[in-house]
Design a protein around this ligand. Structure first.
Ligand code: NCD
Ligand code: ZN
Ligand code: ZN
Length: 434
């Protein structure tokens, strides 16, 4: 079969390191079929899916449930295992079971998974460092947020801006700094999810300079919205961490261009409209879908001259392939080399409409955005999963776990024996005073 791609650009498919597909547990928001259909429609050929489902992906048993749900995927996927306070005995089993990376919720967000103590994080990092898999962090400090939110609620603040006030940039900055120290100590590889502020860039840069294997992502909503969105969109723009003031947005664009921020991910977080649109901000769910709109939104920025096309490919494909060890040819990072491809029409004009999304969470802050540039065909391992802007329905189940091609560099654990020895060591007998 021949195929005419005249006038289109051939890009490696996007790799989205941060999506929530909600199954098992919250399938009224999304499931693996609808989530991966949205990915295919967005030019995304591989997703990394988060563990805040019900049950959370923190035990070997729960991983099995997630793997059975993921068997319907249209695109390839990596599964995140959870690192929590109480599942340290499960981490080795999760690796053996095939997780592609780990996720640690340092602060509260959808799913209400309790944040591990710094002590449990340290031990979890030590265990995972022996395997070399990357640990992605929801880097917000729970205790600061809880304090702030109590004060705001007591003051009767229930408006959308109260959400931003409850999570000032220090919440994320403190968490990034602390996680970087634990990573440096243990040799664990880490990834900072959804960077929303300029302040987080300093500990990120400093950790990179110290040789910590740390990467970071930001998301289209932090690049395209600022605090004015709270007045326009109310609870629809509510997301963790929050969309911030304009000076943060400027710093994020700089961080993308100078390489401090390694990649763009979407934090695809669909919710049912009834759970999302509320006057009382504290009762509205956080997050919104993103996997389907990322490429069109960012190609629009390329067309506007804010980013080069090769920068976009680095941010959406090369960098996540490198960070998560996707090596279609052993040793060489060549995104798209196993024919995971997006064919894009750089001139195509579209208007984003929530009702047209393939995600079940049909509500988006990007409603009405006019985009220039869009994927028109998506191929996963040489097979069309989207063709002429239509989902290829019978590609359901074509997606595979990335375990088949994943290989992380040699683990470099540090201080592990020392810490283990300290636990088993007994004190020498006290000497009698002279
Ligand atoms: C995410 C979700 O809904 O699962 N929500 C969000 O606001 N980003 C969780 C998360 O990434 O923190
Ligand atoms: Zn998060
Ligand atoms: Zn998320």
């Amino acid at each position: 079969e021949t195929f005419d791609a005249t006038g289109l650009h051939l890009l490696p498919g996007a790799i989205d390191a941060h999506v929530h597909f909600r199954e098992p547990g919250y399938t009224h928001k999304e499931d693996w079929r609808t989530g991966t259909a949205a990915a295919a429609m967005g030019g995304v050929t591989t997703v990394f899916e988060m563990p805040n489902t019900d049950p959370p992906t923190g035990t070997v048993e729960a991983l099995g449930i997630k793997q059975r749900a993921a068997a319907k995927a249209h695109v390839d996927y990596g599964l995140y295992g959870l690192l929590a306070e109480d599942n340290l005995d499960q981490l080795d089993g999760l690796v053996a079971g095939g997780v592609a990376a780990f996720k640690c919720f340092m602060g509260n967000t959808f799913g209400n998974l309790p944040s591990p103590s710094t002590g449990a994080m340290l031990e979890g990092f030590e265990i995972i460092a022996r395997h070399g898999l990357r640990i992605s962090l929801h880097a917000e400090t729970a205790s600061i947020m809880a304090w702030r939110q109590r004060k705001l609620m007591a003051a009767g603040r229930r408006d959308p801006l109260a959400h931003l006030a409850s999570r000032p940039a220090v919440v994320a900055t403190e968490a990034v700094s602390r996680a970087a120290i634990l990573a440096e100590w243990t040799g664990a590889r880490i990834h900072v999810l959804h960077i929303s502020s300029g302040d987080e860039l300093r500990p990120l840069r400093e950790a990179k300079a110290r040789g910590v294997d740390i990467t970071g992502e930001t998301c289209p909503h932090y690049l395209l919205f600022d605090e004015r969105a709270y007045g326009d969109l109310g609870s629809i723009i509510r997301v963790n961490p929050p969309v911030r003031e304009q000076h943060h947005q400027r710093a994020l664009w700089e961080g993308l261009r100078d390489g401090t921020i390694d990649m763009i991910a979407t934090d695809h977080a669909p919710h049912d409209p009834a759970e999302k649109v509320r006057d009382d901000i504290w009762t509205a769910d956080c997050g919104f879908p993103g996997v389907e709109t990322q490429m069109a939104l960012m190609l629009t920025q390329v067309n506007a001259g804010r980013l080069s096309l090769s920068d976009y490919v680095r941010l959406s494909s090369t960098a996540p392939a490198k960070a998560f060890g996707l090596h279609p040819r052993k040793g060489a990072i060549v995104p798209g080399a196993d024919a995971d491809l997006a064919l894009v029409d750089m001139a195509r004009r579209e208007t984003i409409r929530a009702e047209a999304l393939h995600s079940r969470g049909r509500i988006t802050p990007f409603e009405g955005f006019e985009t220039v540039g869009a994927p028109v065909h998506t191929l996963v391992r040489g097979r069309f999963v989207m063709r002429d802007r239509r989902l290829v329905e019978d590609s359901v189940g074509w997606g595979l776990s990335v375990g088949r091609i994943q290989s992380m560099p040699e683990p470099q654990p540090r201080h592990v024996e020392e810490t283990t020895a300290a636990i088993t060591r007994t004190l020498p007998p006290a000497r009698a005073a002279e």
